[in-house]
Write a protein that binds this ligand. Structure first.
Ligand code: NAP
Ligand code: ZN
Length: 351
């Protein structure tokens, strides 16, 4: 065991503050990573403030962060995927049983015995897992990913959650050229959704509550932008979408979007608001529409997504902050005041 520097929250009402945590020494199959950048996902905020107390209650102290990019500082004797000095990345999961049908099919995100990167029972320490708001992390090589050379490392960090969470459902539900695709909410996930849908050749419509994001949305790859609070603008798209990805973090009316789907269209939730969302049955019955959801993605698919980003030169649009500004960043997230992902420069944790 060794001590690592980190930022943690002591309770659901406490700000994040600097602390020291205990990490395990690398086992034979582990990779130790010096963390260079960690993205700030809205899930970090939900979790730190215990907004998912029903499904995933928070254990304190909580060290969030699951968009991790860094450099390998040590490898176990059986590690074959990485060597000291390599760039390495870790996303939302750090372990799974590796033997169940889900794992064997590459769906570690559905493994009943998977371990999330933070706030999850840690079989090594007996406590809970601690995430990437820290100067280092130790992870089994199966859950460590390669960043394609040439990608900016700070911009690549958000790919590990915002990237895979938007790429995976588009891949699964066949977003491609000729499809009309809606993205709801231009935040961290939404702006990656726009980039991927555009790169996959779809006709992309971005729905936003923030009129000042219109120009950015078009620059990021949207073909059209709809201000979702304008009923007339919404009505023009009734019954026309093949697929809509909803990446909104707060309570909102999903019926307004179900109504925009064509026959057999699908609205996929990736956003995880605190409170249940109401569904008007007729919005599903008429048009045989589907409402679905999707959590992150498997490890092989995450590497595939990263390689896709390498090929198409896709990274997140980031605002880099020192870790001392993390609490302000959370307040700005709540105001949708981010273009379009905060990324912590972990050098700020040294000193
Ligand atoms: P974010 O950067 O804060 O973006 C959320 C966006 O939602 C905002 O920028 C805003 O976009 C829109 N929005 C916020 N409040 C709204 C409201 N009251 N009504 C309508 N729109 C609103 O958050 P994020 O990091 O992208 O995460 C989005 C959600 O996905 C969170 O709930 C997060 O926990 C969840 N998530 C899920 C997974 C998964 O595996 N499924 C993975 C990561 C994150 P506009 O300004 O454009 O309206
Ligand atoms: Zn996330």
């Amino acid at each position: 065991m060794y001590n690592a520097k980190a930022f943690s929250a002591a309770s659901e009402t406490s700000p994040l503050d600097s602390t020291t945590i205990v990490r395990r020494d690398p086992t034979d199959t582990d990779v130790q990573i010096e963390i260079l950048y960690c993205g700030i996902c809205h899930s970090d905020l939900h979790q730190v403030r215990n907004e998912w107390s029903g499904a995933m209650p928070t254990v304190y102290p909580c060290v969030p962060g699951h968009e991790i990019v860094g450099r390998v500082t040590k490898v176990g004797s059986a590690v074959t995927k990485f060597k000291v000095g390599d760039t390495a990345a870790v996303g939302c999961m750090v372990d799974s049983d590796g033997t169940c049908p889900e794992c064997l099919a590459g769906f570690e995100q559905f493994c009943a015995n998977s371990t999330l990167t933070y706030n999850f029972p840690d079989k090594h320490t007996g406590g809970v897992t601690y995430g990437g708001y820290s100067d280092s992390i130790v992870v089994d090589q199966r859950f460590v990913l390669h960043i394609p050379s040439g990608l900016d490392l700070a911009g690549a960090a958000p790919l590990l959650c915002a990237g895979i969470t938007t790429y995976s459902p588009m891949h699964h539900w066949g977003v491609t050229k000729g499809k009309k695709v809606g993205i709801v909410g231009l935040g961290g996930l939404g702006h990656m959704g726009v980039k991927f849908a555009h790169a996959l050749g779809a006709h992309v419509v971005l729905f936003t509550t923030s009129p000042n994001k219109k120009e950015d949305a078009l620059r990021l790859g949207a073909d059209e932008v709809v201000i979702s609070r304008n009923a007339d603008e919404m009505a023009k798209h009734a019954g026309s979408f093949d697929f809509i990805l909803d990446a909104v973090s707060a309570d909102h009316d999903i019926n307004a979007y179900l109504h925009l789907l064509r026959r057999d269209g699908n609205l996929c939730l990736v956003g995880a608001p605190e409170k249940p969302l109401a569904v008007a049955a007729f919005n599903l019955l008429f048009g045989r529409r589907s409402l679905s959801g999707s959590p992150v993605g498997g490890i092989a698919e995450t590497q595939e997504m990263l390689d896709f980003c390498g090929k198409h030169n896709i990274t997140a649009d980031v605002e880099i902050i020192p870790i001392q500004q993390v609490n302000e960043a959370y307040e700005r997230l709540l105001k949708s005041d981010i273009k379009y992902r905060f990324v912590i420069d972990m050098a700020s944790l040294k000193g």
